[in-house]
Write a protein that binds this ligand. Structure first.
Ligand code: MN
Length: 336
């Protein structure tokens, strides 16, 4: 059966759905899960959102405005998550366990159907139904397809959160994942009453001063390698501590070097603030031919051909050296 129908059938029979999205939720994660929850509400189906990190303020307002309560899972699984009260799981905007820490263990003996609605290339085979459309610009586009096939009316609230999802995942319709379908959907959503200027303001003109301080430090760390084809930036724990910035303030910094004509790949490393053994998060962006998802997979990461990520143990400078050298070698390799 086609995945859309299977998803519709399973959700239609459910009474309470657990809705989950990836760590460090972005605009698509918040927008598409909120849209799904509102759509389920229209159908008289209950749900609860579960997040692994608090949503950034620039997106969290849609949760408040739509009275969406969420379970917070960080170091420990909250005691009030009783899986028996749910009869379906909907994972949105990811299909990999590494993006859903602890969930696999908690679902070990859970019999209810598990759905994945996602647009990422990297997938694992654990869901009962996978609706993966790598041609979709955002998970929000898949939710919009679901609603069209399920006769869920796009009211202004649903349209707003779907617009948040597709506009942020396309870098305000600039990235290569933007398709005619994306723009047609955006037009439909505008007609349904989206306040576009407000979403732009909340997402892009609403930062705190530490964001600029962090940006300045990131640019200070910039190094161009491989005949200026590769850009590398990194931020250490002290950069976060001294500027008062947090992990969310790094968003999109990785795209800054891509404005240089010769730069094909941008690498951004950040040492995660907080206690515990050091973990370095590595983000990769490509505007050339290099498939960064394939590269990330060699380090147990994943993503899209043009945007991927991975994690490394150990200290920042050795992680930076290792990843930059491996990518420079990849760029130097003759094209196959
Ligand atoms: Mn997405």
């Amino acid at each position: 059966m086609e995945p859309c129908r299977s998803v519709r059938d399973i959700l239609g029979k459910a009474t309470r759905v657990l809705v989950v999205t990836h760590v460090k939720p972005d605009g698509d994660a918040i927008g598409s899960t909120t849209a799904l929850i509102l759509g389920l509400r229209c159908k008289g189906i209950g749900s609860r959102l579960l997040l692994f990190d608090p949503p950034p303020a620039k997106y969290a307002y849609v949760l408040e405005e739509n009275q969406i309560d969420w379970f917070r899972v960080e170091k420990t699984w909250p005691a009030d998550v009783d899986l028996r009260s749910f009869d379906a799981l909907a994972v949105v905007d990811t299909g990999t366990w590494s993006q859903l820490p602890g969930l696999k263990e908690h679902l070990a003996n859970w019999k209810a159907p598990k759905l994945v609605l996602d647009h990422h290339l990297t997938q694992e085979d654990w869901a009962d139904v996978k609706w993966v459309d790598t041609g979709a610009a955002a998970a929000g586009e898949i939710i919009a397809d679901l609603f069209q096939n399920w006769e869920v009316r796009l009211d202004a609230s649903i349209a707003t959160v779907l617009f948040l999802a597709i506009s942020t995942d396309t870098g305000w319709f600039q990235f290569s994942n933007t398709t005619p379908k994306t723009l047609r959907l955006a037009a439909t959503l505008m007609e349904a009453g989206v306040d576009v200027e407000r979403i732009y303001h909340m997402a892009f003109q609403n930062e705190r001063p530490p964001r600029l301080a962090l940006m300045s430090r990131a640019l200070n760390s910039l190094e161009l390698m491989a005949n200026n084809r590769l850009a590398v930036m990194s931020l250490g724990k002290q950069d976060f501590e001294q500027t008062g910035a947090d992990g969310g303030d790094t968003e999109n910094l990785i795209n800054l070097p891509l404005q240089v004509a010769s730069v094909e790949v941008s690498i951004f490393l950040s040492e995660q603030p907080g206690p515990g053994a050091p973990i370095v998060r590595v983000s990769l962006r490509s505007k050339g031919k290099l498939d960064v998802a394939a590269f990330a997979q060699r380090f147990k990461g994943g993503g899209h051909a043009r945007a991927a990520g991975l994690k490394m143990d150990g200290d920042l400078s050795s992680a930076r050296r290792a990843i930059a050298a491996a990518l420079a070698a990849e760029l130097a390799a003759p094209e196959s």
